[in-house]
Write a protein that binds this ligand. Structure first.
Ligand SMILES: O=C(O)CCC(=O)C(=O)O
Ligand SMILES: [Fe+2]
Length: 234
């Protein structure tokens, strides 16, 4: 199962994904998790595999809930995180260079070592669960000083099983109007997107833009997603 994930990820069209990330700050990856594995991960939701549960309304985060996995992460989640990271790091390092920032390590292992050295030791991959009326307010998943600039979300549910619930991203330049992107996914398909800041090419060269993401209101059905964040949390 995990070999499958690694092979699938290696065969994605990383040139296209990289180009779309540079242009728009978000890119669909194509399918990364088989439907049976999506169902298996969703099936873990009520089991004892998580370190914490967040009821979004209690915090003003929206409506719905999510749970962060405890270590050890389920095999396909760990495999996906490790396999996507080096490709995402190439994009991230292109951005870091353009923004004059320090480079990111080439492997997830080294990235996590950097997090752990700064006291960010809690795993951040999570499963989110939305029902009718639920939504996720625009936010950024930053959990400490060490932050990787891209993250992945995978739709675990069959898109025919819910209405609404689109992934929404907004991109803002200081003191300017925001640009929005709306992303719909197939079951097992991923979207890679900017966690906070990226460079955007304009007529006068690069400028920094700030992104936030969220989920529009689910009109009916049930929607589960897997969030894969590449930095750990304090
Ligand atoms: O449910 C989604 O599509 C987005 C969830 C999210 O906020 C995340 O993966 O960080
Ligand atoms: Fe998020």
């Amino acid at each position: 199962m995990t070999d499958d994930v690694a092979t699938t990820v290696a065969n994605l069209d990383w040139d296209r994904i990289g180009a779309e990330l540079d242009e728009y700050g978000v890119a669909r990856t194509g399918p990364v998790i088989a439907p049976e594995t999506c169902a298996a991960i969703t099936g873990l939701y009520d089991e004892d595999r998580f370190r914490s549960r967040v009821v979004m309304k209690r915090h003003g985060f929206g409506s719905g809930e999510y749970k962060y996995f405890a270590n050890p992460l389920p095999d396909p989640v760990a495999a996906l995180r490790a396999a996507v990271y080096p490709h995402a790091a190439k994009v991230a390092n292109g951005w870091a260079e353009r923004l004059g920032m320090e480079a990111y390590p080439d492997t997830l292992e080294a990235m996590l070592e950097r997090c752990h050295a700064e006291g960010q030791t809690k795993p951040t991959p999570l499963v989110l669960k939305y029902g009718p009326g639920d939504y996720n307010c625009l936010h950024q998943d930053l959990y400490g000083a060490v932050a990787f600039p891209l993250q992945l979300v995978v739709l675990l549910s069959d898109p025919a099983s819910f209405e609404g619930g689109e992934l929404v991203l907004t991109e803002q330049r200081p003191r300017m109007q925001s640009r929005a992107e709306v992303v719909t996914l197939g079951q097992g398909e991923g979207a890679l997107f900017t966690t906070s800041i990226r460079p955007r090419r304009g007529t006068k060269g690069d400028h920094r833009v700030m992104l936030r993401h969220g989920v529009s209101r689910l009109r009916s059905g049930e929607r589960y997603t897997l969030g894969v964040i590449f930095h750990d949390a304090a």
